[in-house]
Design a protein around this ligand. Sequence first.
Ligand code: ADP
Ligand code: ADP
Length: 230
Amino acid sequence: ELILEAVDLEYSYPDGTNALRKVNLQVQQGEKLAILGSNGAGKSTLFMQFNGIFRPNSGSIKYQGQDISYKSKELIELRKKVGIVFQDPDSQLFSASVYQDISFGPLNLGLSEEKVAERVKRAMKDTETTDLEDKPTHLLSYGQKKRVSIAGVLAMGPEVIIFDEPTAGLDPRHAREFMQLLEKLSIEGKTIILSTHDVDLAYSWSDQMAIMYRGEIIAHGKPGELLMRS
Ligand code: ADP
Ligand code: ADP
């Protein structure tokens, strides 16, 4: 079943940089999609279209078959369902303590305090950050910050989680641990999209792979088929 779709998506930044050119991409519910592409290919820009942060110049994003309308109420709904974990955790953490940081999103959704506490607990458990709950975020290690930023996204209860270069800068052990966490989320039924430069990682982890080059998807398919063809 189709969950997210980009249809003839075009986007230029205000300075004229043409970042996406007629991008068509379909993401199925429960899929593990890896998007490969060098710096500047347009991966982050595409991600920000997927949860409505940017609005296309032409074409559209569909969530469960419906065009996003960009009305504020609907955007809030979309951002609950499609969460993005950015590459730099410092861009995502801004509260005094880990607990406060993770609860910020669900509190903003207007959930009851009880429900928020439940979500935060579960997110901390999944990301192994329970022991950190009272710590100020600025005192965390880089690896801990990454996990807390994921917990914050999980606590929103997303269906789709997008990771922008999740293993960039991590040593092999931390990268492996990170991929194990992603695997756990996938087993729970989440749809997961990530971007990476790492062909081996994309090949071994994903069940669909897309290659982006200068604002276009130039290949998309099962990893085995894709690497065979190129
Ligand atoms: P990737 O995530 O694959 O590295 P990006 O989506 O960040 O690629 O960038 C796609 C293109 O858009 C690049 O040419 C980049 O320089 C440009 N770009 C990204 N952000 C901005 C911005 N805020 N203003 C202008 N151009 C931008
Ligand atoms: P932890 O204490 O959670 O085990 P660390 O913060 O020591 O983790 O490091 C986790 C991983 O992140 C390591 O692979 C380290 O090389 C990497 N790392 C640490 N600081 C940065 C940074 N500022 N940018 C990118 N990677 C970093």
